[in-house]
Design a protein around this ligand. Sequence first.
Ligand SMILES: [Zn+2]
Length: 295
Amino acid sequence: MSARIAEDGLVKAISEGRRVGSSLRNQPSGEEQWRLAYHEISPEASEYRYSVSAKQFGEHLVALSSASRPIRDRAIPQITFDDGHRSIFDYAFPLLQKSALKATFFVVTAFVDSNDQCVSWDQLRELVSAGHQVQSHGWSHRLLTRCSRRELEIELIKSKREIEDRLGVEITALSAPGGRFDKSVIATCRKAGYSELYHSNPWIPDRTIHDVRLKGRVMVTNGMDGSALCSHTQASRIRKLYFRARYAGKSKLRTLLGDEVYHKLWCSLANWKPGSGIELRVDHPKKATEQPYKT
Ligand SMILES: [Zn+2]
């Protein structure tokens, strides 16, 4: 089997949540660090499933801080935020300041400073000054797997340059909108200078493909209390297999339904309504004829 075919199969397996083959399983699995992905932090409890209240987030930080001693030889989970919702600055940042924990904020670059729901560049500078990281969540929150080559380069290269110019930090990590990626996304990550690609399947060990480290995260919902977070981070092998199978089933359903229908179903299940969170864009099918983005 050629290396390219093996890598293509591995990308497909990871994106579908399946176990990888034995020939690849003996590769080093990397550090056993768990990662959590938050979206928006609301002042009060919200019906939107991915909006965690400030009170709940504070409880999570207490649980995670008390778990800062290694749990079963694992490091403390990495805290990340996707989208760049204004609430991360208003509610998450003050609570993080009270704890000893640092976070990584993945922002949709074109949305920064665009309206009062989104963070501003000044606020991001403040986060960086406080020791947190800001990284890229793409340019416009499109599903990267539906982008043409030119669109993909805009999403990855333009967003990276904009953040670097505005904040004076190096951008090395990308969080894929909707957790969706494929071999073209990984190849463009490498070309753009990203060394890490974060996705939403936490049940597959970290892997490196084309010099890009693929890192899964647990998507935090408002149904999880502190102990639920810790139970995720301490899942047994059997529990991991169960979740991996469940994720694979979800991925199959997504393939069967297609991106548009699946997104409508997701909005319904997550209680997403216009104005709650930053919406994923799934309305851009690939166009094969466009030229590469000029760098
Ligand atoms: Zn997002």
